[in-house]
Design a protein around this ligand. Sequence first.
Ligand code: SF4
Ligand code: SF4
Length: 167
Amino acid sequence: MVHINRKPILSMVFTCAQCGQCCMYLGDYIVIDAKTGPYTFSCSCVSTNTPFHAVVDEDKRKFFDNDEFPRAHPHACPFLRPTNDGRIVCTIHETSPAQCKIYRCVVVRIYSGEKQVGYITGMGALHSDDPDLRSLYELCAKQIPQGDEERDEWFARYFEKHGYRTE
Ligand code: SF4
Ligand code: SF4
């Protein structure tokens, strides 16, 4: 494999494209327990067993009022809605649970040549069907740093050291 010299990475910034894919099957995890006002809800985050109070963001109420979307996507988080510019957004951005706010679906994309063979999520998990890449990931599992930014850069350097290209 080709080894590529990489310039120091100052910071790897995750930009959410607001595609909504990560929330499309979270309807069993983000649950509305009761409606407490026109746009306020008492809710539970089932995975962490945490109650939270959701308020639909003022600028997203017109999207939230679209009830066709939840009918067509019964497994989606009940607060997910399409906008009128092609995005699918969280309508309770201000009051969403902490783990929603910090979620990053992809922090490092891994390429072999021009082909993307896998990616690392914000939690440091590898998503890949490539057996070589999976073995390489398993080899480094005990060395993975805990801190988010340090971990993103560490992964990029680790895979580049083994001949992959990362973005
Ligand atoms: S975190 Fe990723 S999957 Fe989720 S909406 Fe943003 S870009 Fe899409
Ligand atoms: S609360 Fe918002 S960010 Fe969290 S799962 Fe629902 S739509 Fe996604």
